[in-house]
Design a protein around this ligand. Structure first.
Ligand code: NAD
Length: 490
């Protein structure tokens, strides 16, 4: 870690004020194991105060604010993030260990862009209106208006902290909701800086409340079980989604879930080989494989199988695992020692299950402070049966299993043989096959000859275990607002 990075204090932000708590936890830098922040954990009373402030703000200046003024404020928040770009960048990098190159091109710009995108979209968000005939011939006008859901609980993960938090906050706030947000305990910093930006921009007290903490018996659970929270939007693991579903059941809250995946990548022999290697290399290893959309199962048509495996091995071995501030670094550490243990348990399991290790499989040795971090080698396997747990369960690390196939139908069947349904990527030059296979994938998003590319107005979400509902453009606004029907007899 750079010597000039100090231990930060990350407080909660409730009703327009930063609030400390009697209980704090340390946020550890996964690069070298140093403490980067002391985080104030919200107790039940603090979460209750945040929820009540959010409820009250619905009736205050925020609730009465004309749409244009709200939209202008959201644009000010985007500008505020951009003005403090370097602060956000360093905070995100210190929490996650991800390379500055990645965070400066993806995480921080998208954090700002999310507010602008939804500010634009909400301006043109239409509603339904019908004319009804009535027996007296005078008729009626029937229209649906959109109202905010109310207090929205936003629970975010650690892999793309600012990007995924703002992906929920921006549409929710554009629709006029108020927020109680809980970032991951692993990434408290950018959400705290965002509170400063909200305060400076003039977002009224109680609109954006931030509570730090964990899940069970902590801020996460206190939000989901609070009777005055009107809806929950959550991104994270399937198991957590299931726990939240149970927690919200007694108070019947609407939920939007973006969950895990075990995504397939299918590579046909007719593909642009170099593009496929570059694309798959990026998809498997970027952000140290900690991307919900990353393919961990690659199916490659037999004629190019050996060549593909060799080229992916070369790609993996060319990646520089380095200090985040070094611009030539390709990948950083995993998020924590705990996650390193989980990923290493799968590396061990793969061997037990009979995998052939193509490359990696262990923890790198640096001979410097990084040996105290949460690093792991990029890893590829072959030779596992489709029934192996390594091939069926989400690992969330820089790793993939590569299997050969002979027929298109066989590849499609293997790709779909999973309880997950988040994303897929297919590489081929055959146009008909591209459409056929993309459409056959049981996923929320199916890429052809690319990965991660998407117009942000299009629907994003998972099929099967991978989620409930869709985010993106109008799909987000549909969740964060509720239609209310008005019928007027003329
Ligand atoms: P996680 O489920 O462990 O934690 C996510 C958030 O939920 C954290 O803020 C955590 O504190 C909170 N939480 C945990 N238990 C809770 C509970 N019982 N009640 C309320 N809140 C609780 O997930 P993670 O490890 O932070 O993120 C990795 C996972 O997220 C992976 O499974 C990945 O695939 C998934 N993910 C999905 C998407 C998507 O768009 N589908 C995007 C990114 C990550």
């Amino acid at each position: 870690m750079d010597a000039d990075v100090k231990v930060a204090e990350r407080k909660c932000y409730i009703n327009g004020r930063f609030a400390g708590s009697g209980k704090q936890f340390a946020k550890i830098n996964p690069v070298d194991g140093t403490v980067v922040a002391q985080v104030h954990e919200a107790d039940r009373a603090m979460v209750d105060e945040a929820v009540r402030a959010a409820k009250a703000a619905l009736k205050g200046p925020w609730g009465k604010m004309p749409l244009q003024a709200r939209v202008d404020l959201m644009r000010k928040v985007a500008e505020g993030i951009e003005k403090r770009f370097d602060d956000f960048l360093q905070a995100e990098v210190a929490d996650t260990g991800k390379p500055v190159e990645l965070a400066s091109h993806l995480d921080i710009p998208r954090g700002a862009a999310n507010f602008r995108i939804f500010a634009d979209i909400v301006r043109t968000y239409g509603t339904e209106s019908y004319h009804l005939d009535t027996p007296d011939g005078k008729g009626a006008v029937n229209y649906a208006m959109r109202k905010p859901l109310g207090v929205v609980g936003v629970i975010a993960p650690w892999n793309l902290p600012l990007l995924l938090l703002t992906w929920k906050l921006a549409p929710a706030m554009c629709c006029g909701n108020t927020i109680v947000a809980k970032p991951s305990e692993e990434t408290p910093s950018s959400a705290t800086l965002l509170a400063e930006v909200m305060q400076e921009a003039g977002v009224p007290p109680g609109v954006y409340n931030l509570v730090h903490g964990f899940g069970p018996d902590s801020a996460g659970e206190f939000i989901t079980t609070h009777p005055m929270v009107d809806g929950i939007t959550f991104t994270g693991e399937c198991g957590t989604g299931s726990a939240i579903m149970k927690a919200v059941a007694p108070t019947i809250k609407p939920i939007s879930f973006e969950l895990g995946g075990k995504n397939p990548g299918i590579v046909f022999a007719d593909c642009d080989f170099d593009a496929a290697i570059a694309g798959m290399g990026n998809a498997v290893f970027s952000n140290t494989g900690q991307v919900c959309l990353a393919p961990e199962r690659l199916y490659v048509e037999r004629p190019i199988f050996e060549r593909f495996v060799a080229a992916m091995k070369a790609k993996a071995e060319s990646l520089k695992l380095g200090w985040p501030q070094d611009k030539s670094t390709n990948i950083g550490p995993l998020i924590s020692r705990q996650h390193q243990e989980k990923v290493m348990s799968y590396y061990a399991l793969a061997l037990k299950e009979g995998a052939k290790v193509v490359t990696g499989g262990g923890i790198p040795k640096f001979g410097d402070a990084r040996d105290k971090g949460a690093w792991i080698q990029p890893t590829l396997w072959t030779g596992l049966p489709e029934s192996a747990r390594t091939v069926r369960e989400e690992i969330f690390g820089p790793c993939a299993h590569i299997a050969p196939f002979d027929r298109e139908e066989e590849a499609v069947a293997m790709a779909n043989d999973t309880p997950y349904g988040l994303a897929s990527t297919v590489w081929t030059r055959d146009l008909s096959r591209a459409h056929r296979v993309a459409q056959a994938m049981e996923v929320g998003i199916s890429w052809v000859n690319c990965w991660f590319l998407r117009d942000l107005r299009t629907p994003f979400g998972g099929a099967k275990l991978s989620g409930i509902g869709r985010e993106g453009g109008l799909h987000s606004l549909n969740f964060y607002s509720e239609p209310s029907n008005v019928c007027i007899k003329l």
